[in-house]
Design a protein around this ligand. Structure first.
Ligand code: HSE
Length: 434
């Protein structure tokens, strides 16, 4: 059988990795796919020293790949929303299958892209868009298809996890570690996407749709970054038996779906709390399977290429199948997606870590406890440190039981209004993941 012809658009980190893995493992890949996979064209702006493209035809125009009648599958690895969207829609309109690693594109424009793909009977595969080399989309969409998914929780941004790991292990400051993460090449072109949780929210949006069968709704995801975390909070969390991770949480409740990315305290003895450096991990809890954990490299040249090439193999295997009988893009049949709402953050529920800076007076703790109890907020543990030498203030650290965000915001407003409480109350959500 003739090889399937692929056009790679973008020869950066992931594009060069994809080219190299396809070349190096060509024989194994053909044995798996049932046909060879040949890179018939590359669109690149500049040569990549990590990649010897040999005699493969090169163009600077990505749209020329989408219009090339020779090409069966367009691999979109240029990133961004604008040209990438145009490229993918053009490829689909021309009847080509698409493989992409672009989480922003899928999270923001995925509903439109999948609708066009269904009309054309083509596949859009996007395993590499979430958690790099970890095949979590495949696991969630196919391996866990028997389950009602209760929740998904993941460390899905390697840059943020690297920063938090270094802050905890070496007491380094946030900015100092960010500079290193950028130098290592893990950070997004705009690193605020990493540290403000936008990149993780793109990935979580995709996971939530596949887990719960809802349309992609990135605009409803709550995102809170890690830029305001201090080494003091990292240390206090540690003393209380927790680690701080930048977690994406998607939870199904009777009222709706929680979709939130924020710094989170996790008990230090959970496996996921021990995922360090640039590694990613995703926990999925289903009613039949219980909790599962998927771990691996969430970024990088060949780990991400691993996912792109696996998608290519899937596309080749499915090319001859009836489009109606393929695995649906978002796991659920498109006419069976649910309108269960995504909840605003005020309606989400979690436990909380609070750090209150108080004057060293009798009765302050009683006032704090009274504000919390008046709102039905139960304290799980409390730690009071000695007064700080420089300001004489006493750091008071509490962990609460689960409470709705709305009630916690009310309580924090009341705490900050106390004469003996100085400055803002630091609040970090806590998830026990059990
Ligand atoms: N900037 C991302 C990360 C790359 O740090 O995880 C992979 O999406």
């Amino acid at each position: 059988m003739k090889p399937v012809k692929v056009g790679i658009c973008g020869l950066g980190t992931v594009g060069s990795g994809t080219f190299n893995v396809l070349k190096r493992n060509a024989e194994e890949i053909a044995r798996r796919a049932g046909r060879g996979i040949e890179v018939a064209q590359i669109a690149q702006r500049r040569p990549n020293p990590h990649c010897d493209t040999g005699s493969t035809p090169i163009t600077a125009d990505v749209l020329a790949v989408a219009d090339n009648p020779e090409i069966d599958v367009v691999v979109e690895l240029i990133g961004g929303y604008t040209l990438a969207r145009e490229l993918v829609l053009r490829a689909i309109a021309n009847g080509k299958h698409v493989v992409t690693a672009n989480k922003a594109l899928i999270a923001v424009h995925g509903n439109e892209i999948f609708a066009r793909a269904r009309e054309q009977g083509v596949i859009v595969a996007f395993e590499a868009s979430v958690a790099g080399g970890i095949p979590v989309i495949k696991a969630l969409r196919e391996g866990l298809a028997a389950n009602r998914i209760n929740w998904v929780a993941g460390i899905i941004n390697g840059t943020g996890n690297f920063i938090l790991s270094e802050m905890r292990e070496k007491g380094r400051t946030f900015l100092n570690v960010l500079a290193e993460a950028q130098a290592l090449g893990y950070a997004e072109a705009d690193p605020t996407f990493d540290v403000e949780g936008i990149d993780a929210a793109h990935k979580l949006t995709i996971l939530a749709s596949i887990a719960f069968g809802i349309p992609l709704q990135f605009d409803k995801a709550y995102t809170e970054g890690i830029t305001r975390l201090t080494t003091a909070d990292v240390g206090y969390a540690e003393a209380l038996g927790y680690r701080i991770k930048h977690l994406g949480v998607a939870r199904s409740t009777a009222q709706g779906i929680e979709l939130r990315v924020h710094p989170t305290l996790i008990p230090a003895d959970r496996l996921i709390a021990n995922v360090n450096g640039v590694m990613n991990a995703v926990m999925v809890n289903g009613d039949a399977v219980g909790s599962t954990l998927f771990y691996g490299a969430g970024a990088g040249r060949e780990p991400t290429a691993s996912a792109v090439v696996a998608d290519l193999v899937d596309v080749v295997r499915a090319m001859t199948s009836d489009p109606e009988n393929r695995v649906p893009h978002l796991a659920f049949q498109p006419d069976a997606l649910s309108d269960h709402p995504v909840l605003p953050i005020e309606s989400c529920e979690s436990a909380y870590y609070l750090r209150i800076q108080a004057k060293d007076h009798p009765g302050v703790l009683a006032q704090v406890a009274s504000i919390l109890s008046a709102r039905g907020i139960n304290i799980e543990s409390i730690m009071q440190k000695e007064a700080e030498e420089h300001d004489g203030l006493v750091p008071m650290i509490l962990i609460t039981h689960r409470v709705t965000e709305r009630h916690m915001v009310e309580a924090i407003t009341a705490l900050e209004a106390l004469d003996d409480v100085i400055g803002d109350v630091v609040r970090i959500r806590v998830e026990h993941l059990n």
